[in-house]
Ligand binder design. Structure first.
Ligand code: ADP
Ligand code: MG
Length: 352
């Protein structure tokens, strides 16, 4: 079974990127089909995430931002088949402690009014007020880290790098989530709000990619659908040999990769995106395998890669880091060997 420990707590909010990630994941967990992310001064002033999801039930108002409050786990056993992004109940409580934080929410589609919730630093509900709102939830984070001068200074100093990470990660969610309209905008000072990208609720990841990265990607990208077969290891770590079907397990890697010399290769890091069961995550070893095989075929360029690894939830651990970004694939060495073979096959094929 996967080793997920709900009690293992850590800091989930370590930088701007983790704020954005936690808020967007909450919106997706709430079933949103529209997620609007608005920044003021690249998030230094404020980050607002508005969704059209289920909203928050009044019975959860009091406890919403208390540490370890979560509405997402019915029972402990759910942890092995985790479907939601969140399960720890830490993001909102951390944000209360680290920013000026408020939530506006509305559950009914026909109600023109919602409730604004204000919280104390401790996460205790300070007060509620009735405001105009549409169905869904808007979370507002202002002056992140203002009460932690060292961290605030560090954020300001690194804002350029942080900002590109934030946009990169938003692009990943926007591309992988089909059927969800994402829009991302930024306002500098008192200037005009500028849209950075928006997706249209597309049915395919390909259309999402075109919305985020531009029409040029349309001709540059080739669909990829790699199927890998794994057998249980015979080594000491037979972590999934207890699976009912004991024998072979499939891994599918679905996505898009750029054609050689398509001009879409010269990558900035945001042009190589990896997901495990639609969860954006850094998989440096997998990226390395892709780049190695690609280079052997296509010279020095690195490809644009959009790769979603679909596999059984028992074949990886998601909780090795508090922000859930590092995912440990079981039997990774063997999987990488298989992946390289499959890529050679793809690059040799006529479609490519
Ligand atoms: P977690 O996501 O691990 O449950 P969070 O601290 O991120 O913990 O959120 C706490 C709870 O607040 C969630 O379990 C959910 O009930 C509620 N919540 C947060 N954001 C939203 C949202 N955008 N829409 C609806 N409910 C939300
Ligand atoms: Mg959450």
């Amino acid at each position: 079974a996967s080793e997920i420990n709900p009690g293992c707590s850590g800091q989930v909010i370590v930088d701007l990127c983790s704020v954005v990630k936690e808020l967007v994941e909450n919106s997706l967990d709430a079933g949103a089909t529209s997620v609007d992310v608005r920044f003021k001064n690249q998030g230094l002033e404020s980050i607002e995430v508005q969704d059209n999801g289920d909203g928050i039930s009044p019975q959860n108002y009091e406890t919403l931002a208390l540490k370890h409050h979560t509405s997402k786990l019915a029972t402990y056993s759910d942890l092995t088949t985790l479907q939601t992004f969140g399960f720890r109940g830490e993001a909102l409580s951390s944000l209360c402690a680290l920013s000026h934080f408020s939530v506006t929410t509305c559950m009914a589609a026909d109600a023109p009014k919602g409730t604004k919730l204000d919280f104390e630093v401790s996460g205790k509900l300070k007060g509620t007020s009735v405001v105009a709102a549409q169905k869904g939830t808007t979370v507002s984070v202002e002056n992140l880290f203002n009460n932690l001068p060292v961290r605030r200074r560090e954020l300001e100093r690194n804002i350029k790098r942080e900002w590109s990470r934030v946009i990169g990660v938003l692009g990943q969610y926007a591309c992988i989530q089909t059927g969800v309209k994402f829009s991302v905008s930024q306002q500098a000072g008192k200037g005009k709000k500028t849209s950075l990208f928006s997706t249209k609720g597309n049915k395919t990841t390909r259309e999402n990619i075109v919305n985020v990265f531009g029409a040029k990607t349309l001709t540059a990208l080739v669909p990829m659908d790699l199927k890998l077969k794994l057998e249980p290891t015979s080594g000491p770590s037979q972590r999934w040999s207890t699976q009912e079907d004991g024998g072979q397990k499939d891994i599918r890697i679905v996505g898009h990769i750029s054609r050689p010399a398509s001009g879409e290769g010269r990558t900035t890091p945001d042009r190589q995106m990896f997901f495990v069961n639609a969860r954006p995550c850094g998989l440096p070893q997998v990226a390395k395998a892709f780049n190695e095989v690609y280079k052997a075929y296509n010279g020095s360029q690195s490809p644009f890669i959009f790769a979603n690894i679909e596999l059984d939830t028992h074949l990886y651990d998601v909780n090795v880091s508090p922000d859930k970004r590092t995912i440990m694939l079981h039997d990774q060495t063997r999987m990488l060997e298989n992946l390289k073979e499959a890529l050679v096959f793809l690059f040799d094929s006529q479609d490519y």
